[in-house]
Write a protein that binds this ligand. Sequence first.
Ligand SMILES: [Zn+2]
Length: 347
Amino acid sequence: MTLPLVHHPAYCAELPANHRFPMDKFKAVADLIRSEDLMDGSAFFRPRAAPFEWVALAHDPAYVDQVFSAEVPHKIAREIGFPMREDIALRARCATGGTVLTGYLALEHGLACNTAGGSHHARRAHGAGFCVFNDVAVALRVMQADGAIGKALVIDLDVHQGDGTADIFQGDPDIFTFSMHSQKNYPVRKIPSHLDIALADDTGDAAYLQELKRILPELLALKDWDIVFYNAGVDPYEHDRLGRLSLSRAGLHLRDLHVIGAVREAGIPLAGVLGGGYSTDIDELADRHLSLHRSARTVFGMDRTAARPLPVLESQRVDCLSPTLPPEDDPSSDEVTEIEPVSDQYV
Ligand SMILES: [Zn+2]
């Protein structure tokens, strides 16, 4: 069986030269996955762009409308840090659709990863910090609304605190948000997750992994989770432009292997998203991000836990995933969504 990985060419939108966000990394990640043959000759699963109805489950519909129509107020656009054009909106919708698809693939196969996602600073009211839509929050809300999941755990190990995810799931008894991050890093005003572990500068591999191994078994045993969404941000790396925790490349890889292995050992489906990582060296950055996919493939190859049957009827699932598609446009309606090999063309 092949590890299901999700990608869309529109993940990579154009930004002004010298923009601080390394947009080209999404294409580089996909290229590296292909060149390492992590899918054993198979193609990427391609998501649909998330429709308004999905995104509005997690965000203020007025803000979603502003993004879709490329009319985001200047103040909010500044807080996001992107020129809020139509192609940037399409990119956010595709990345969000990708994480929704990754969630469903994880339920079906036990493990799946996106090649984007982890936009955890986007709050209910609007985006922030290079995050337009909170893809993990949208995926959880879609899957909740669909009846596909009940209780879910978010493990967010990006170096920045997951304030947007915390905001959206405040007071939700079924979604537990956990963020382990750098105390002194963005965002300045952190919105409390259900559990936050704030680490000091230069924590390093040993103390970081020790803390993770201490808390993970407790979290996994806390409730009967239907799925874990894992934000595998690689900005805790010692040479990351925005990180402060001084993890080595080996430390990041051990972290990913440990999280994915522990979650699968507990019999819980895991959906992995890329998260943050910042460098002007795109090849180095893509290679760093691939720790998630390489670790997932390693665990997937050893995984003996059978995928759980979906708790919803196939027809319900397809309804939810394709609410705007007329039947004639969806001849393969027994598939998870419009799964096709990724072409080099935008759609
Ligand atoms: Zn980050």
